[in-house]
Design a protein around this ligand. Structure first.
Ligand code: S3P
Length: 441
């Protein structure tokens, strides 16, 4: 049963919205806790479906995962290379991050692990991870074209590799580094375009030896293998990719002034904030601090006029999940916003490039796609709206078009709000509490 939702013209967004924990960091905190010796305590874990799928898979790999009354999570790790053979098929739901990082971990264990996911995950490419892991010594069995269901035939004797990423992907980088953690010697990933570095930061936090070198703009990341990880406490910051929906809603709804406290500000995630500032958005950061090894701050955003900008391809990895909601902001700007280098959007939870184009056109915007470049022509005025959007199991498409409905003349509708729970449980209630009007359709 799907759950259609409708979003109507919002009141000015005011007050404070505390977004849930960072999805990328939450997955890693659970997984690395499972590979460490001792007990890892995690505060602020995202309790979204994607992360809960990771917790369930870790239990199947023999780790004790507990949820305390105070909201913290505890993972008792089994040490590097110490996971147990799962006796069941692991269903990772909608989560590409869980799937690809577990491929790296399972590749290094001498048993076969079986994985599947929902219709979205079963359609996503896995060759990008299987190819480098195969050269380390793991084997795979899958449906045609490397699609799930997929079995990882792991090995306790992986070989270290040096690998240059053909696509800018933190998931691929992380899978190789996790496999490399189990291999002798040093495993190196070279990324021509830097991607989010939560794996590097958190592996160090757990005591791994990770070196990062800048080689003319590219990053060379090396992990020293066969070292134990030591359990370490983690504080998960608010997810900047979830805060993005609140920031854009406040930026486009007249009269808004909204505070988002405790949002992660890792520079490799902050591309949307940089872009909105270039567009003229009124965003300020207060109380900058470091929490759990990651930069964090309190954001205040106020409504104001936006201007179209050119977003260079080099910025795409730093804001790869934020393009659907950037397109919403761009439609309210004056002038064209041209976004380069969006090829990866075609292989996310859905084909986001098509979803943005179809949805924005249906809402009355003028948009064009040429190759991997998206152009949104802003008129500096509200769109007509009044359209129904197919979300195709994609949480960010669902949330982006609900945010659009906050500023359109007529309400926007989405066919299914359930995918939102993968990354932002409580989205509608939290957004409604600061001024949005999201309700059952
Ligand atoms: C993620 C990396 C990105 C991003 C995803 C989370 C991660 O995917 O889109 O939501 O946690 O490493 P890619 O690695 O495919 O770019």
């Amino acid at each position: 049963m799907s759950a259609p939702l409708k979003s109507s013209k919002a009141s000015p967004l005011t007050g404070e919205i505390r977004v849930p924990g960072d999805k990328s960091i939450s997955h890693r905190a659970l997984m690395f806790g499972g590979l460490a010796v001792g007990e890892t305590r995690i505060a602020g874990l995202l309790e979204g479906e994607d992360v809960l799928a990771t917790a369930a898979a870790l239990r199947a790999f023999g780790c004790a995962v507990a949820h305390d009354a105070d909201g913290a999570w505890r993972v008792r790790g089994r040490g590097v290379g110490g996971l147990a053979e799962p006796s069941e098929l692991l269903d990772l739901g909608n989560s590409g991050t869980a799937m690809r990082l577990f491929m790296g971990i399972a590749a290094a264990h001498p048993f076969t692990s079986f994985f599947t996911g929902d219709a979205s995950l079963r359609a996503r490419p896995m060759a990008r991870v299987a190819t480098p892991l195969s050269s380390m010594g793991a084997r795979f069995v899958s449906r045609s074209n490397w699609r799930l269901p997929l079995a990882v035939i792991g090995s306790a004797d992986l070989m270290p590799i040096e690998y240059t990423l053909p696509v800018a992907s933190a998931q691929v980088k992380s899978a190789i580094l996790l496999a490399g953690l189990h291999a002798p010697g040093e495993t190196t990933v070279i990324e021509p375009q830097p991607t989010r570095d939560h794996t590097e930061l958190m592996l160090r936090h757990f005591g791994a030896e990770v070196r990062v070198e800048d080689i003319g703009g590219a990053r060379r990341v090396t992990v020293v293998g066969e070292r134990e990880l030591a359990a370490a406490d983690i504080v998960v910051p608010g997810d900047p990719s979830s805060a993005a929906f609140a920031l854009v809603a406040a930026a486009i709804v007249p009269g808004s002034s909204l505070i988002c406290p405790g949002v992660g500000l890792n520079p490799l995630r902050a591309g949307l904030i940089d872009t909105l500032l270039e567009m003229g958005a009124d965003i300020t950061v207060a109380n900058r601090r470091v929490a759990g090894g990651e930069p964090v701050g309190d954001l205040t955003v106020r409504h104001g006029p936006l201007t179209g900008v050119v977003v260079p391809a080099e910025r795409a990895p730093r804001m790869i999940d934020e393009y659907p909601v950037l397109a919403v902001a761009a439609a309210h700007a004056r002038g064209a916003t041209v976004m380069h280098g969006l090829g990866e959007l075609r292989v996310k939870e859905s084909d986001r490039l098509s979803a943005i184009v179809d949805g924005m056109r249906a809402a009355g915007a003028t948009v064009a796609v040429e190759g991997d470049r998206l152009t949104v022509e802003g008129r500096g005025a509200p769109l007509a709206g009044g359209a129904a959007i197919a979300t195709n199991l994609d949480h960010r498409i669902a949330m982006a078009f609900l945010v659009l409905g906050a500023a359109t003349e007529r309400p926007m509708q989405i066919d299914d709000g359930r995918p939102i729970d993968t990354s932002f449980p409580g989205f509608a209630a939290l957004m409604n509490a600061v001024g949005l009007r999201i309700e059952r359709a």
